[in-house]
Design a protein around this ligand. Structure first.
Ligand code: BEZ
Ligand code: FE
Length: 273
């Protein structure tokens, strides 16, 4: 397809989507007998969402899991999970031994996150790029909840020759999406809490395999069954293990208890085995 054909085809796709969306919304207004007062309140709400810069947040909270399902549901390999609004491109490429960038006074417990990446036929995959990002021990993301350092608790690393990786970081906290703005107001009006269970975000990529964006959750998290975004999948819940025996501390040369979380990923070769 040349550029002119591609642009005509994307124009037709846009028109088809837009017409269907307007039809669905008109049917919704008719079916729900939406009043003028409700219509104006909705407009005022959306204007405030835009002014507060919360459009990506609002839409990700209510709709992104469906986009993920439509695009990745039923695919072989590790299950996908939404990207959410807090990804930042260009995180530093780290050198082993991997440690996510941290502030000098970074709070929280030390976490060693490790695992192995395989192809769906079981072969270990070397050179898979893992792009990791997470909230800190207070549930805050760099660049969104605090400015500096820009790539705090964000980094990219690679699997070794056996497809293995290990990275040192801190245990993320469960996270409350901003409550002060219009998205929080809406959740509170709906009688819903604003928590996401603690999670690690990761994008995995390697040429010739389908890229995977997913999240890992931690067994026992108080919000695991009531994620505000509804994104938790059982297969993505991993065991967070506390290590506090003298042998554990000696193994890592640490003086206080730490945690480990292991998870093995499987990537789908798609059309290119
Ligand atoms: C998150 O993963 O942190 C997230 C996802 C969707 C909405 C808000 C936050
Ligand atoms: Fe997140």
């Amino acid at each position: 397809m040349n550029q002119v054909e591609a642009s005509a085809s994307s124009g037709r796709r846009l028109e088809g989507l837009f017409v269907a969306l307007v039809e669905d919304l008109r049917a919704f207004i008719r079916g729900r007998r939406v009043s003028y007062e409700e219509y104006h309140r909705a407009l005022e709400f959306l204007a405030r969402v835009g002014a507060a810069g919360e459009l990506p947040l609002l839409v990700d909270v209510f709709l992104e899991t469906m986009v993920d399902e439509v695009n990745h549901g039923g695919r072989p390999g590790t299950e996908s999970c939404l990207e959410g609004p807090y990804y930042a491109r260009g995180a530093p490429l780290l050198e082993p031994p991997y440690v996510l960038p941290q502030r000098a006074n970074e709070g929280g417990d030390v976490l060693f996150f490790s695992g192995r990446v395989r192809s769906t036929d079981g072969a270990p995959l070397a050179g898979v790029l893992l792009d990791l990002w997470q909230a800190d021990a207070a549930g805050r993301y760099s660049q969104f909840n605090y400015e500096e350092p820009r790539f705090n608790l964000r980094g990219r690393l690679q699997t070794d020759d056996d497809g293995r990786f290990e990275v040192r970081t801190v245990v993320p906290a469960s996270y409350e999406i901003p409550k002060a703005g219009p998205t929080g107001e809406l959740l509170s009006a709906l009688g819903r809490h604003a928590f996401r269970p603690a999670h690690l975000h990761v994008k995995l990529s390697r040429e010739g395999w389908e890229p995977l964006t997913t999240q890992l959750y931690m067994d026992g998290d108080p919000w695991i069954d009531s994620d505000v975004v509804g994104a938790v999948k059982a297969a993505l819940v991993a065991r967070l293990v506390k290590r506090d025996s003298p042998a554990d501390l000696e193994e890592r040369g640490l003086k206080r208890p730490y945690f480990t979380l292991g998870y093995d990923f499987t990537l789908d070769p798609g059309e290119h085995p």
